[in-house]
Ligand binder design. Sequence first.
Ligand code: ZN
Length: 407
Amino acid sequence: MSEVTRRFLEYVGYDTQSREGQEKIPSTGRQLVLAKKLAEELEGMGAENVRITGQGYVYASIPANTDRKAPVLGFVAHMDTVPSFSGTDIKPRLIGEYDGEDICLNEGLNIWMKTEDFPELKNSKGQTLIVTDGTTLLGADDKAGIAEIITMAQWFLTHPEVEHGKICIGFTPDEEIGRGADGFDVEAFGADVAYTVDGGVLGELMYENFNGASGKVTIHGRNIHPGNGKGQMKNALLMGMEFQALLPAFENPMYTEGYEGFFHLDAMSGCVEEAKMDYIIRDHDRDKFEQKKRIFARAAEFMNQKYGEGTVDACVKDTYYNMKEKIEPHMYLIQKARASMEKLGIEPLIIPIRGGTDGARLSYMGLPCPNICTGGHNFHGKYEYITVEAMEKVTELLIEITKSFVS
Ligand SMILES: [Zn+2]
């Protein structure tokens, strides 16, 4: 069994599910158990300056072994798994020489992964798949990233003849609840530039994500006995529907893809007296993003003109920005990753992320940080899988990228 596979199978045995709504980092103590294990492993293989912060971040470095010029290069992955699906007692199963047919994940519970639902399974025909038993997720997101980074580190530590610049390694808690960057100390980490290894299918390379804002709308109605409602009642629910109708109908997740942004009504509750609506606003393009926020504010203004000042409170707050503008001055990060992929026969898939990443936040914290693939599929659920071949390839990719930074 390859080193990266052995490590991956070991790490998924650690339950590191994070939890929403916690103030402290890490949100769950169990993430610290894996943090400790990873720190020991890095220490044991000879990495330097290995430490775990009070919040459970693991940092380590491998010193440069060349006088030639190279930026300090970082690799970042996250230790937690998503709160919304069980990560307890994961039983990974290897399927060697996969035949490209439907896979029974769990006989007792009759859980199948069908090629009809996941046609890309066929692309893994002949490879060794790692699947779940249908009751948990697999945790390739992002323990595959961790296994690949550590195996890359070990490779450099056992190949001192290969020149490389300083390599920094960072493992974060709580990425899945959007807090992986909160306690990340860019300066202490020490890298000039970095990659998160947290993408999906082999070849993925991402440096554009949405600009994101949240919109909280509160509508103040006036309840009165419906028999006496004429000229008196203001129905917050109906006004909420009217507010939504003022937004562009097709700029909605149901009708958008690629670089198209949207307004998404995520939750709505209320009664005649008061209604609340939670929105998220997204667009890759900063100007269009700002325009969307203006449209949102104007809808509220219109409602207030029509129904009286103070009827609609619309509060919009930016949550994250597209990392593109922070990566663009460092496009060699993309060029080097792409060239390394091509050298290894991996087809680069450069796609915009329709969401945010910790790398985007790190990019705004001063660490330009695009995202590269782990090789995994179907993250966040029981159909998650990865192939041994993809993990081995990504490990080679990380080695190749690191080598390419020496000039
Ligand atoms: Zn992830």
